[in-house]
Design a protein around this ligand. Sequence first.
Ligand SMILES: [Zn+2]
Length: 451
Amino acid sequence: MGSHNKKNEVLRWIESNQEQLVELLRSMVKSRPVNGALSETENEKEVQKIVGQVIQDMGLCVNSVPVDLSQLEAYRGMPGFVTGYTDQIDFTERENVYTRIEGNNTGEKRSLMLVGHADVVPVENPEKWDYPPFEGQEAKGFLYGRGTVDMLGGIAGMLIAMKAIQENHVKLKGDIWFGSIVGEETGGTGMLAFSEFLRKEGIFADAAIMGEPTNLQLSLLCRGILWVDVEVYGKTGHLEVTQPHWSQGGVVSAIEKAFHLADAIEELNKDWESRPDKNHELLRLPCQAKLSKIQGGHHHSSYPDRCVLSYNLQVLPHETDENGLGTVTKREFEEYIAKVAASDPWMREHPPKVTWILEANCGEVPREHPFVDAFMRTAKEITPEITLTGSEFHTDNEWPQKLAGIPTVNFGPGNPALAHNDNERCSIWQLVEYTKIIACQCMDWCGYEEE
Ligand SMILES: [Zn+2]
């Protein structure tokens, strides 16, 4: 202890192997690991092969676990297994990959899990990118490419950190577990399957780091997400002619009614902005009902008789029920819509229909958990400006906690605002810092022999 010789060796190794880290991330981007449910031609198979090869080259065992929906029936209706949605997804050739670096289990030891998703979202506008989205081009201190931020950068950093530990013959006391997970971008089914596997096998770690992008801050929570469609009705008819009142058989514009409803929902949002249960001290944004899509109407000369408003509602961990579901938020939203509808004569008789489409869960590690202080102590030795934060978006961090009892934080390189974006790019400086911090977390949390 004290001299940190072994740690310095590991850190120096990472610095002199930067190119290997960048090359690994580039090869992962080039494998085009678009979530298999979001692409006709691509899936996570190739990227998992790359991950497996790196694991094998370290002299570790490469294990695969398929995502088998028939094994997950107990979780039907919960986040990760949405009836009518998840059952349509094909998980053939899309397997989770995991491995373990075994500690020597002497003295005081703790185990750590490094985990993240290997799938990425499709590229919508390749022509808007400054560099091809699946080439992994380096420019201006960044590596450009789909997934560099969300979250192949995190996986690459974790793998190279593990490699640094292996290559430098670090004698860890506790175990390191690593998992590369499929199917996050369509609701987290891969993580549900992996967590269920951990539960069944009795695999446990004292803490886990999920490598979702946090701009190199430590995120203690993520928000859950609810997708909902609100279908608003009208009565169609010729748009250019005089119409009687609807009670006399006249028309009603579903779009006008939908706008009225959308305005009312903005009032609800104003209330949520300052409400304590819709805010969290580690997050800047309050939970809101955000309008993401409008569909409605027939053509230029008819009144629209149907308009669908699609909303995204965010949920905080303290708002969820015992199954991790946003039941309370759903009820409040439904009741609010019913109230607005009741104040409008047409909508009172023709109430809008609310259909919940998808639910993604949220998780939180309490500030007082010993891993938080331990993490910050180690991380600040490398990057003093690290602070605590929360993730505004959904990540998979609840299932490992819930099913396997593993408290899971998020910590990853890259600016989350660039995730899913044109010109997604990860700072190479952050990538290297990240790898160093992960390697040091493994050593400090699990314990190691200075020899
Ligand atoms: Zn992600």
